[in-house]
Design a protein around this ligand. Structure first.
Ligand code: GLN
Length: 257
């Protein structure tokens, strides 16, 4: 009996210790009750500025739903895409921006579980002959600064790459003849195709042998507590159907800013 009581006491003690630990399991990034999120609202349907002048889109809705699960207020900062990664841990806590997980970025930040698969597309003017990787050589190519489309374009033999802060400015330069094509992620490419219908067309990156990419939330390096909290919230949103409802509302439903 005595032995059993001792075992039980030990069990109770270790449970208490666990609970105490559990109580501390909140990331310092959330200690002020605010999750500061950086994005670049030039990437519909993932992020854009809505009619009220506020950042909106799939990513913005997703991070707000995550914030709700974590019991914190979400504050979204609209900044340049190229400065997002380096601002994590100083100006912002995390970034959600249709951001592809790359090895280079992983040197500076950690990533959440991936939440979307994408690929680069090529936007050309209606009637353009560009159709394969070979056709991209020596061309004038527009990209969004610091994106995976930018990195791909810079590898293309003889290409002249123009970097833009706003993807829409690149598409406008394509339309007015300053560029031969724009390399950008699939969903924004499809949005621009419908926005500028009859003027441009978006071609699947598979035709150019571009590889699949995965979007994830960029997190402060080493903050495994925050990573766990965010990944748990993401899993819950997938399980309860919220995630699919947001895909339907923002990506498949044609609400594209
Ligand atoms: N997915 C691309 C990247 O991570 C583009 C993201 C963006 O322009 N918002 O580089």
């Amino acid at each position: 009996m005595k032995k059993l009581a001792a075992v039980m006491a030990a069990a109770v003690l270790s449970m208490t210790a666990l609970t105490a630990c559990g109580g501390e399991k909140e990331s310092e990034a959330l200690a002020d009750g605010v999750l500061n999120v950086g994005t670049n609202a030039e990437f519909p349907p993932f992020e854009y500025v809505n009619d009220n002048g506020e950042p909106d889109g799939f990513d913005v809705a997703l991070i707000k739903a995550i914030g709700e699960k974590l019991g914190v207020t979400v504050q979204v900062d609209n900044m340049e895409f190229a400065s997002l990664v380096s601002s994590i841990g100083t100006k912002i806590d995390v970034s959600i921006a249709g951001m592809t997980v790359t090895e280079e970025r992983q040197n500076a930040v950690d990533f959440s579980d991936s939440y979307y698969e994408a690929v680069q597309y090529v936007i050309v003017a209606e009637g353009s002959a560009i159709a394969s990787a070979e056709d991209l050589k020596g061309k004038a190519i527009g990209v969004q600064l610091g994106t995976t489309g930018d990195f791909i374009a810079e590898e293309i033999e003889g290409a002249t790459v123009s970097q833009y802060n706003k993807a829409v400015d690149a598409v406008n330069d394509l339309i007015n003849g300053r560029l031969d094509c724009v390399i950008i992620d699939k969903n924004p490419a499809l949005v621009f195709q419908s926005k500028f219908e009859g003027q441009v067309k978006a071609i699947d990156g598979a035709d150019f042998e571009f590889e699949a990419e995965n979007y994830a939330i960029a997190l402060p390096k080493g903050d495994t507590v925050l990573a766990n909290q965010i990944n748990t919230a993401l899993k819950e949103l997938i399980a309860d159907g919220t995630f699919d409802a947001l895909v339907e509302e923002y990506i498949e439903g044609g609400n594209e800013g």
